[in-house]
Design a protein around this ligand. Structure first.
Ligand code: NAX
Length: 326
């Protein structure tokens, strides 16, 4: 058998991880012949609950699950890891200002970035899911200078998959038929779901749908407000779909996207008018264990205004946490 990969998962007692961990242990990310060791991190007061999750994972008797580490110490969790899912973060409590939420999380991701810098394998692939995901990932990139900059990414794949499902239903095709959809910017209601380049079975999707008003006035806000709609209906935030998006993001990064475009929030190289270093949603193609940006896309007036809005929010978030990085 292959040597096991070591995979850190933070926020292990939480609801996303309850869906995520069994799928990693089952081979949905790294392959059906690839053993994994799970290195689970949570806060001290959550470790008892993590032990409960571990008992359940043991009771699944997953053939690929080669070991489990449980800890409240980031360096132990990140020791020699090949990949990390950073799901745990500080939720907004009642009366908490947005700025306080940003700084509380910046503190967490500064500590975790440093621990990654010290303990992770140099080619570890890191996905930040915990919100505010893009800015948390930005902090981690700044706190882990010895890791390749591009290896710390954030998740906009849930927004991508949400848009895919809505567009496929409208066009009357399967989700797998659609390619070249892009989520630009922040994982927040400002994100820009861009269907201008999208195709369905090779046909241009905007022509197939033929309803620009629906796209602008229904699709974009539906995707932006989907998280809230799920909270209203379910009484708690999206978990299974968030775990699924994390699986999709990491699996494509590891195994390739077969030439298809996928959306990942990655440190900007300055293209498309996104300031260098901001972790922003962009179209990429994954191959050979890495990703490359889709370059040279035209940004028209509408796209420019949408992109500028979400990038302005990312810039504000970056500025709000700047003092913590000094
Ligand atoms: P839960 O509140 O169920 O679980 C969070 C877990 O993280 C808890 O067990 C908590 O103890 C732990 N935690 C908190 N601080 C930690 C730290 N410093 N180190 C390690 N663990 C820590 O949240 P859940 O529903 O699982 O969501 C997790 C995060 O994902 C939230 O920040 C949420 O906002 C975010 N999401 C991000 C999405 C995305 O598309 N990027 C979509 C889904 C989700 O909303």
């Amino acid at each position: 058998p292959k040597p096991a990969l070591h995979v850190a998962v933070t926020g292990a007692a939480g609801q996303i991880c309850y869906s995520l961990l069994p799928r990693i242990a089952q081979g949905d990310v790294f392959g059906k012949d690839q053993p994994v060791v799970l290195q689970l991190l949570d806060l001290p007061q959550a470790l008892k609950a993590v032990q409960g999750v571990v008992m359940e994972l043991e009771d699944c008797a997953f053939p690929l699950l080669a070991g489990i580490v449980v800890t409240d110490d980031p360096k132990t969790a990140f020791r020699d890891i090949d990949a990390a899912f950073l799901v745990g973060s500080r939720p907004r409590s009642q009366g908490m200002e947005r700025r306080d939420l940003l700084s509380a999380n910046a503190e967490i991701f500064k500590v975790q970035g440093r621990a990654l810098n010290e303990a992770a394998k140099r080619d570890a692939k890191v996905l930040v899911v915990g919100n505010p995901a893009n800015t948390n990932a930005y902090i981690a990139t700044r706190s882990a200078p010895d890791l390749p900059l591009g290896n710390i990414t954030a998740m906009v794949r849930l927004d991508h998959n949400r848009a895919l499902a809505q567009l496929a239903a409208k066009a009357g095709v399967g989700t797998a038929a659609i390619d070249k959809l892009v989520i630009w910017g922040n994982h927040s209601p400002t994100m820009f779901a861009d269907y201008r380049f999208a195709t369905a079975n090779g046909r241009k999707l905007p022509e197939l749908i033929g309803d620009e008003t629906w796209y602008r006035e229904t699709l974009i806000p539906t995707v932006a407000r989907r998280g809230t709609a799920i909270i209203e209906a379910r009484g708690s935030s999206s978990a299974t779909s968030a775990a699924n998006a994390a699986i999709d993001h990491m699996r494509d990064w590891v195994h390739g996207s077969d030439g298809r475009w996928v959306s990942m929030a990655v440190p900007s190289d300055g293209s498309y008018g996104v300031p260098e270093g901001l972790v922003s949603g962009a179209p990429v193609i994954c191959a050979g264990g890495s990703y490359s940006r889709v370059t040279g896309l035209e940004i028209d007036g509408f796209a420019r205004s949408m992109l500028d809005k979400t990038v302005a929010e990312l810039t504000e978030e970056r500025d709000a946490v700047a003092a913590l990085l000094a």
